[in-house]
Design a protein around this ligand. Structure first.
Ligand code: ADP
Ligand code: MG
Length: 256
């Protein structure tokens, strides 16, 4: 597990400045929500942390490591997206195992779970099975391992997507609106599931949402973003009762 430090992150797409110098220190094990209206730059920032996009300026440290030039696959972060594309032809177990098999195939990293085991060997397969089973137990989908995605509910599919992230034993989780495709009731349920997962794993979570109510209930701290800038980074209580300015108050819905 690792804290994440951002310093002066800037990013433009063509003439449009999307991130205008974002600095933020996320503590080891913290649950930080990044909130702000659609289009303010949340996903871009998360993708830059993940290494899926490269910043124009600024520095990132994960743990004590500067990650510039380090490929996404070697950053040991788990990313869960809004559209959690599962492979329809694979079972739940196979979907969860994908990152383990990919890491071995890419040869980029020795996998801690099956490190030292001969690729394709019976012992390696057993280690992957055990890792998949353990992730599935944590997420309460152990009974669904042989199903195909089409046979699952939205919430179950979302858990499979989280399981796929979990199995990598990431140093931190980056979640980009993972609940926005679910219906309202399930969303509320999954909120507490994710909060519970964070407590059990004690890993750093960066959680992007445009739903301030979601952020208020789950987070240690909230970072409020508008137009590519952070307006305030504080506890939910502080953001609500002592908003930095009128724009924060309006977005959060603080009492006037
Ligand atoms: P959010 O996640 O807060 O909704 P995004 O980070 O997705 O915002 O997008 C911020 C702005 O950057 C938007 O105006 C979006 O259109 C633009 N943008 C994002 N990705 C790209 C890209 N690859 N090329 C061009 N513009 C982009
Ligand atoms: Mg987004």
């Amino acid at each position: 597990m690792a804290g994440i430090e951002l310093e002066g992150i800037r990013k433009s797409f063509g003439p449009t400045a999307v991130l205008k110098g974002v600095s933020l220190a996320i503590a080891d094990g913290e649950f930080l929500s990044l909130v702000g209206p659609s289009g303010c730059g949340k996903s871009t920032l998360l993708r830059i942390i993940a290494g899926l996009e490269v910043q124009d300026a600024g520095r990132i440290r994960i743990g004590s490591r500067a990650v510039e030039g380090i490929a996404a696959s070697a950053r040991n972060l788990a990313m869960v997206f809004q559209s959690y594309a599962l492979y329809p032809h694979l079972t739940v177990a196979e979907n969860i195992a994908v990152p383990l098999r990919m890491r071995r195939l890419s040869g980029l990293q020795r996998l801690p779970l099956v490190g030292g085991l001969l690729p394709g060997s019976r012992r390696e397969r057993a280690a992957i099975d055990a890792a998949v089973r353990s992730a599935a137990e944590i997420l309460d989908i152990g009974h669904l391992l042989q199903r195909k995605p089409a046979q699952l509910s939205g919430g179950q599919r979302q858990r499979v997507a989280v399981g796929r992230a979990l199995v990598r034993e990431p140093e931190a989780f980056l979640l980009d609106e993972p609940l926005s495709n679910l219906d309202a009731k399930l969303r509320v349920h999954m909120r507490s599931e994710i909060a519970g997962l964070h407590r059990r794993l004690a890993t750093t979570f960066v959680y992007v949402t445009h739903d301030q109510a979601e952020a208020m209930t789950m987070s240690d701290r909230i970072a409020v973003m508008l137009d590519g800038e952070l307006l305030q980074v504080a506890t939910p209580h502080e953001v609500y009762h002592r908003p930095a300015d009128r724009r924060v108050a309006e977005f959060i819905g603080s009492p006037k």
